[in-house]
Write a protein that binds this ligand. Structure first.
Ligand SMILES: NC(=O)c1ccc[n+]([C@@H]2O[C@H](COP(=O)([O-])OP(=O)(O)OC[C@H]3O[C@@H](n4cnc5c(N)ncnc54)[C@H](OP(=O)(O)O)[C@@H]3O)[C@@H](O)[C@H]2O)c1
Length: 266
């Protein structure tokens, strides 16, 4: 299937690692010029080098999206190099393992700023040029915990907000040629999730063998009908399709890629 992505331009936030890295590589393989973003320049440059070595086109933009100035820095670099972007993947985010009673109000505000306001910043800066193009794709990275909250209440709540703002933005951009969708992964093996699994393993007294901890997790809180944890390619394949012109009638949707982990119909 020709996804008709050849020559398009994408910014994937948080693509110096994990799911974002997988998405950047997936889009580059389809002929998209990709901006690899993060705060860690060394890691972002590694991803660019790997994409280039594979015959793709990519460059780095560094900036902390938790600040206005960091977001402006990223968008300035993107627009001065590419003129415009057709595809924005709002993927950057953090997750933290803390319960209701041991998180402070300021920690809630901080996490909301990183996981939600960051994507609002970039979206507000890039939507005007997408409107001028008369075409665009915005994909916001949420999580299965948005609709099935777990023991991470503040993180889960940020991901629920993500679903809500996706739909209101899709309505705001009616008739512009821009679609806005959410992708909600389940448990995807990344450096970020590995760190969380090691913390859980430590608390549970399961030792420090990550492969062993993964097996325990699969029998417990990450149990799903597919019987395995997800890969970054599982998410990248979906995002690549939703980015394409072929996905023009998918709009305002929450698309799950979780092996069946969320136990609701929609
Ligand atoms: N892995 C999972 O199981 C899973 C499941 C559901 C949803 N998700 C979501 O998927 C996204 C990616 O997760 P992941 O597992 O791939 O995480 P990861 O490996 O920890 O990568 C996170 C990425 O976000 C960037 N980032 C974080 N805070 C940032 C900030 N303030 N400014 C700029 N960049 C920032 C990091 O960049 P630097 O390190 O360069 O700063 C990194 O590139 C997150 O939104 C997460 O909530 C993950």
């Amino acid at each position: 299937m020709d996804l008709q992505l050849q020559g398009k331009r994408a910014l994937v936030t948080g693509s110096s690692s994990g799911i974002g890295e997988g998405i950047a590589k997936g889009l580059a393989q389809e002929g998209v010029t990709v901006v690899v973003h993060g705060r860690n320049e060394k890691e972002a440059s590694r991803v660019v080098q790997e994409i280039t070595a594979d015959g793709g086109k990519a460059f780095v933009a560094i900036g902390d999206l938790a600040t206005d100035i960091g977001a402006e820095q990223v968008v300035d670099r993107v627009l001065s190099n590419l003129g415009a972007v057709d595809i924005l993947v709002n993927n950057a985010g953090v997750y933290l393992l803390r319960g209701w009673m041991n998180s402070t109000p300021s920690q809630w505000v901080e996490l909301y700023n990183i996981n939600i306001v960051s994507m609002v910043r970039i979206t507000l800066l890039l939507v005007p040029q997408m409107r001028e193009l008369g075409w665009g794709r915005i994909i916001n990275m949420s999580s299965g915990v948005a609709t099935q909250p777990t023991s991470t209440p503040d993180y889960s709540a940020t991901k629920a907000a993500n679903l809500n703002l996706t739909l209101s933005l899709a309505k705001e951009l009616a008739g512009t040629g821009i679609t806005v969708n959410t992708v909600s992964p389940g448990s995807i093996v990344t450096p970020g999730l590995n760190e969380i699994m090691l913390q859980i393993g430590f608390k549970q007294g399961w030792g420090t063998d990550l492969e062993q901890i993964k097996q325990y997790m699969l029998q417990g809180m990450m149990s799903n009908p597919t019987g395995r944890l997800g890969t970054v390619e599982d998410v990248a394949n979906l995002v690549t399709f939703v980015s394409s012109p072929l996905a023009g009638y998918i709009n305002g949707a929450n698309l799950r890629v979780d092996g069946g982990w969320v136990s609701t119909i929609n």
